[in-house]
Write a protein of this length. Structure first.
Length: 298
């Protein structure tokens, strides 16, 4: 039994050595000198060789595609990270540019007004269910010499007046608040009236009271503070007439005014203290053409 096993192993070893030898010999021999045995070997191994070659090509293609996809995925990850960094940088530069423009406008306003003014930053807002700002809070208060009643202005016009102070903070009564009252003058005609906020939660709006029916007010007319009562310096832009309703009877006409300031985007303001003065009506008119909100008659 052991002898048979040794003979079997020897035969298998000879076969394994002989088969590659005959296959290699048949493939390397000159085709013109091949014999019948060589031709039989070539025919027998051609199919196996074709399958092996196809399998090798398939495996190679799969490996190349996998490596390619891995590299593409890595490149995509790097590109996405780079795009995210560039977008973050763009947003940062854009925010800094907007802040610089606001600060330059505030500095120009401070130089234009003159006198004793305090720059302040909006640090708090109360909003309505319609996302309208109803109250703002500033980082200036009684310790900064701010007192109730002091006017507050932004780069586009009148914001309101200080309502109350505490420590280094204060609340501002907006011109659109129901309890706000500002004596105003129509720039084009010189007609005077009392601007009162409507206090609406869904829009920023004020109305002018005590404008006579004979006053030729038009949609688009600019309104400025009159300076009467000495609560507000004269010639501060307040808003623009957006709607006029003339009744068939009565002494007054109803005039709606869109404020010059967008309270939702207000970030920096000036608190006007004693000795402040406002720009002239002529200067205000030139600036208002670019800064006041545009409205059209319905």
């Amino acid at each position: 039994m052991n002898q048979f096993k040794r003979l079997r192993d020897a035969a298998i070893s000879v076969l394994l050595l002989a088969v590659p030898f005959f296959v290699l010999s048949a493939h390397l021999r000159d085709p013109a000198r091949t014999n019948a045995f060589d031709q039989w070997v070539l025919r027998a191994t051609s199919g196996i060789q074709s399958v092996a070659a196809s399998t090798a090509r398939w495996v190679s293609d799969v490996l190349e595609e996998y490596v390619f996809l891995v590299e593409v995925g890595q490149d995509n990850e790097r590109l996405r990270a780079q795009v995210a960094r560039l977008e973050e940088e763009r947003q940062r530069l854009r925010a800094e540019g907007l802040e610089n423009r606001r600060l330059r406008s505030l500095l120009q306003l401070r130089e234009r007004i003159g006198g004793d003014v305090l720059p302040a930053e909006v640090i708090g807002r109360d909003v309505s269910p319609f996302f309208r700002v109803t109250r703002i809070e500033l980082d200036r208060g009684e310790r900064d010499r701010v007192q109730p009643g002091m006017p507050v202005v932004g780069t586009r016009g009148l914001v309101g007046q200080v309502r109350r102070t505490f420590g280094h903070y204060c609340d501002v009564l907006l011109v659109v608040d129901r309890s706000s009252a500002v004596d105003v003058v129509v720039q084009r005609t010189g007609a005077r009236g009392m601007l009162r906020g409507t206090g609406e939660s869904e829009r920023y709006m004020s109305r002018v009271q005590y404008l006579g029916r004979e006053d030729a007010v038009r949609v688009g007319d600019l309104l400025h503070t009159s300076g009467l009562g000495q609560r507000f310096p004269a010639s501060i832009l307040v808003g623009r007439v957006s709607r006029i309703v003339r009744q068939d009877f009565g002494l007054w006409q109803e005039v709606e005014v869109t404020p010059a300031v967008d309270f939702s985007t207000l970030d920096e303001v000036l608190v006007l203290t004693e000795g402040s003065r406002a720009q002239s009506l002529e200067e205000a008119a030139e600036d208002a053409d670019d800064e006041a909100p545009r409205v059209q008659e319905p």
